[in-house]
Write a protein that binds this ligand. Structure first.
Ligand SMILES: [Zn+2]
Length: 256
């Protein structure tokens, strides 16, 4: 029997994903995320409610603005779909619980971080702060985790990344890491704890290195030294992996 909640959670997730698209577009441009209602960035035509149904509208509009025909990026339905999948997965893993609620907040914020960092090479303070506060609040309700674990997680993650950023800046004179990444680890640490923070940094670095090397090989060194790959997306992916598989990763690492 298919659990109908999986579908309910998926639909709910796509609606939140639609809102995340607005956040990703407007927050780094310092526009209000509440008003005005969405419009085509090309011709300014207001998007009607039936043109704003997650994923479905994109298919019916064939990926074009109904007024001027400008292509709508495939990323919009992708973000909606991804958020829907994450929403369903939180339900599958944590059921109808506060864990599901808070972990979905975590995942939604990480999605916003990943795409804003790809577009603008920044991670807005608003997102990191919201994540940090929600992680602290969540720790009050957790059975596996105390508020102290949450705060230590934030300090270990942000502190470790800060030292790396400082080293690059002062010793190697490279602005390799943004302080947005440091603040991101403070947010991530409140949810994942000290071990999850360190996992996020190491696994995120590994992913970044693999992609960076792959990219420079494919481009035959064309971007050598000039290529600026944002770190946030890799940290975000690593944090999501730990959120879902943290227990297995800890068991693998510590044995038992
Ligand atoms: Zn248009």
């Amino acid at each position: 029997m298919m659990d109908v909640y999986i579908i309910v959670f998926f639909i709910f997730g796509t609606i939140i994903g639609s809102f995340l698209n607005v956040v990703i577009y407007r927050l780094p441009r310092e526009k209000s995320i509440i008003s005005p209602p969405s419009s085509c960035p090309e011709c300014g035509k207001k998007i009607r409610w039936y043109e704003n149904i997650p994923i479905i509208s994109y298919i019916f509009l064939r990926g074009k603005c109904s007024s001027c025909g400008t292509r709508i990026s495939l990323r919009y339905p992708f973000v909606e779909f991804l958020t829907g999948i994450f929403s369903s997965l939180t339900y599958v893993k944590w059921g109808l619980s506060l864990d599901t609620f808070f972990c979905f907040i975590f995942l939604s914020l990480i999605i916003a971080v990943i795409f804003i960092d790809i577009d603008f090479k920044i991670i807005p303070d608003e997102i990191n702060l919201l994540g940090f506060i929600s992680g602290i609040i969540y720790s009050f309700f957790r059975t596996d985790f105390s508020i102290l674990d949450s705060i230590i997680g934030a300090f270990v993650g942000a502190g470790f990344l800060f030292l790396i950023a400082y080293f690059y800046l002062k010793v190697k004179k490279i602005e390799g890491l943004g302080f947005g990444d440091v603040k991101l680890l403070a947010f991530v640490g409140t949810y994942l704890g000290w071990f999850g923070s360190l996992f996020t940094i190491f696994f995120g670095s590994l992913l970044g290195a693999i992609v960076g090397i792959g990219y420079s090989l494919l481009s035959k060194g064309k971007y050598e030294g000039k290529l600026e790959i944002p770190f946030g997306p890799f940290l975000g992916i690593a944090a999501v992996i730990y959120l879902f598989f943290g227990e297995d990763i800890r068991r693998f690492y510590f044995g038992g």
